[in-house]
Design a protein around this ligand. Structure first.
Ligand code: HEM
Length: 223
């Protein structure tokens, strides 16, 4: 993909230089001017184009599969999101999805590099110093189950504060597709839960990788 996009970038830039009225995402990035301090040169543009495709597809299907599994594991609760699927309440649907995903979040951590020596949780017993240049794995999955920060973290509750949910990251690198995902994921789940008698036919098959490759479901056929 990188090889393809590298040659496409040169081609697009050539077209833009000759005044072609291109207005797709890739061309708009090429038309933008980023300060050097932002570090958003051609290579980063290509990385983001790849991220838009790869991050947008695999993450979406992983979220949908993993949250369904969590809902199916809770037969007492399952009726509620099924009822929500028949309502027009998009936000309610979203809340069931994001809460279910909290029990098997698809992103265990975000990766960061410490720019300076930095002391985390200064003044507490768990204080620790991160050395400049060290790589940090910051576990958003763990934060979403932190008993010190949210009540009854092992209970399924749809009335939690929105800030609890870090499925789409946090801060300046929050997922580019966060607004899309808030709509897209619950909408797909709604359609699946509307299938009469929908239930898993087997466990999720990860095929040795990080993303679910197969999750067969079955349903009741019309009488
Ligand atoms: C439920 C679905 C999704 C989940 C759970 C998810 C998760 C995440 C997370 C956790 C990050 C932050 C990574 C970090 O801070 O290091 C991220 C970043 C990103 N996501 Fe998503 N994502 C989803 C859907 C999408 C979609 C639909 C798109 C594209 C339309 C997308 C494109 C990106 C891109 C380009 C970034 C990098 C942003 C940056 O570095 O500034 N993602 N995503």
């Amino acid at each position: 993909m990188r090889a393809y996009l590298t040659q496409l970038l040169a081609q697009r830039r050539e077209q833009l230089n000759t005044g072609a009225p291109l207005d797709d995402v890739f061309s708009r990035l090429l038309k933008s001017h980023f300060d050097d301090s932002i570090g958003f040169a051609d290579e980063r543009i290509i990385t983001n184009m790849m991220g838009t495709l790869v991050g947008g597809i695999e993450t979406t299907w992983a979220a949908i599969v993993q949250l369904h599994e969590q809902l199916f594991k809770r037969p007492k609760i399952l009726k509620e999101p099924i009822d929500a699927a028949y309502s027009n309440d998009d936000h309610l649907m979203y809340r069931y999805c994001w809460e279910a995903l909290r029990f098997n979040s698809i992103n265990p951590f975000v990766v960061r590099q410490s720019r300076t020596d930095y002391r985390i949780a200064k003044g507490s017993l768990r204080a620790a110093t991160m050395k400049a240049g060290s790589t940090l794995l910051i576990s958003t999955r763990s934060a979403m189950r932190d008993g010190l920060k949210l009540p009854a973290p092992s209970s399924f509750a749809i009335d939690r504060q929105q800030s609890v949910y870090m499925h789409l990251g946090y801060g300046m690198h929050t997922c580019l597709g966060d607004e899309i995902s808030h709509i897209q994921v619950p909408e797909i789940v709604r359609r699946i839960l509307q299938i009469r008698g929908v239930r898993p036919a087997a466990e999720i098959d990860y095929a040795g990788g990080p993303f679910p490759e197969r999750y067969p479901i079955t349903y009741d056929t019309a009488a």
